[in-house]
Write a protein that binds this ligand. Structure first.
Ligand code: SAM
Length: 368
């Protein structure tokens, strides 16, 4: 067991080494960055599953691809952004199946992405699966050989980007499809913020395609752990038409070394970005306005705005920024710049701006 685990760490080091700077940076280890890096060793099973396991008629990789294709009606996804792409097998399979598609895969995990980059560029890697919970003696460790089953990708059509997918450094309206595989409940603290990003990234008529459970990270408050119906309701308020969708239960990361793993409920759906800018069909009178929930929608001006006065300069600033075009995000950026406290996460600034708007904007007060 000890040999297996130390061997596994050596494999991870070998994956990362070519990407690391020759000399560690002077500020390495400073700050709290390490807290924010995903638990990369927990993610290793994605590597064995995506690139090590042999093909199976109803295997986990095959089921994932089939579900996505079903809600997407087997169309060509065009220019596609894959958020939290992990070890990238689903993206690779879509690439192989749709020769006209161009994919940009995005993730924060350096191990998964380094390995995925090597494998999709024709390299063969070996990574040991090792565990401390063996039933039979021969379950202590297994060496997986990772390779891309249909050969390397073309760099002109398959791109890697290490970046935060909730705030991607990409031009708006660039994609025909955004795919969120096992991501919406793990990546963002507030899925409404991600919905705004998705809306912004897609071209009008573009598709958001999702696959995965709604099993939110522990740091997501209960009030933001949205169920399917609530998620669809939010998507419609943000300017999407939700559907078709499908859900099913199936095996998830069931180890082929020791047979342990989970059965998981997953939801697959596609939602189309509406061409018109009119979000929020079927809103009730007491519903909060969509521009308060989502950060990509323009905030309307209100009667008496020019005469508005508050002792708090931030409140005055928020109100004076409303011109019928600015969004919650635009105002949050201005507030953050004014506050000059770079450590405050933008999600907190947005919450503060939301609270402020809720107190001062008549449309919010009317809506309760
Ligand atoms: C549950 S895993 C799913 C991986 C892959 N999509 C799959 O289906 O196998 C979630 C992935 O999201 C990535 N991730 C989490 N937060 C992220 C963020 N803010 N931006 C980009 N990737 C993120 C993690 O590194 C991890 O690879």
């Amino acid at each position: 067991m000890v040999e297996g685990i130390t061997g596994q760490l050596a494999d991870v080091r070998a994956i990362l080494e070519p990407r690391l700077p020759a000399a560690p940076r002077a500020d390495a280890g400073a700050g709290d960055q390490s807290d924010r890096v995903p638990a990369t060793l927990d993610h290793l099973p994605y590597l064995y599953r995506d690139w090590g396991w042999p093909p199976q008629a109803d295997g986990e990789n095959e089921r994932a691809l089939a579900l996505v294709e079903r809600v997407f009606d087997n169309r060509c996804p065009g220019r596609t952004l894959v958020m939290g792409a992990g070890a990238c097998r689903l993206a690779y399979d879509l690439y192989q199946r749709h020769r006209d598609a161009e994919l940009l895969v995005m993730d924060l995990d350096p191990v998964l992405f380094s390995a995925a980059h090597a494998v999709t560029h024709g390299e063969t890697l070996t990574v040991r699966e090792a565990n401390l919970e063996m039933g039979d003696l021969d379950q202590a460790a297994k060496e997986w050989v990772l390779s891309a089953p249909q050969g390397p990708v073309d760099d002109a059509r398959f791109h890697f980007l290490v970046a935060d997918a909730v705030d991607p450094p990409l031009a708006p309206g660039s994609f025909d499809t955004v795919l969120t595989p096992w991501f919406i409940d793990q990546g963002p603290e507030d899925v409404r913020d991600l919905i705004s990003t998705l809306h912004r990234m897609l071209k009008p008529g573009g598709r958001w395609v999702n696959l995965g459970p709604l099993k939110y990270s522990l740091n997501v408050p209960f009030s933001r752990r949205f169920a399917r119906e609530e998620l669809f309701d939010l998507a419609e308020r943000a300017g999407f038409r939700a559907g078709p969708w499908q859900s099913e239960s199936g095996p998830y990361l069931v180890s082929q070394l020791n047979g342990r793993g989970k059965t998981e409920w997953v939801l697959a759906f596609s939602a189309t970005k509406l061409v018109s800018n009119e979000p929020g069909t079927g809103l009730r009178n007491d519903d909060p306005p969509p521009w308060l929930l989502f950060r990509h929608l323009p905030i309307p001006t209100f009667e008496g705005q020019a005469l508005f006065w508050s002792e708090a300069s931030m409140v005055r600033m928020v109100v004076s920024s409303i011109d019928g075009r600015t969004t919650l995000d635009d105002i949050a950026v201005m507030v953050a710049e004014r506050a000059r406290q770079p450590d405050i996460p933008m999600s907190q600034v947005r919450t503060a701006v939301r609270e402020c708007l809720q107190n001062v904007h008549p449309a919010c007060r009317a809506g309760g």
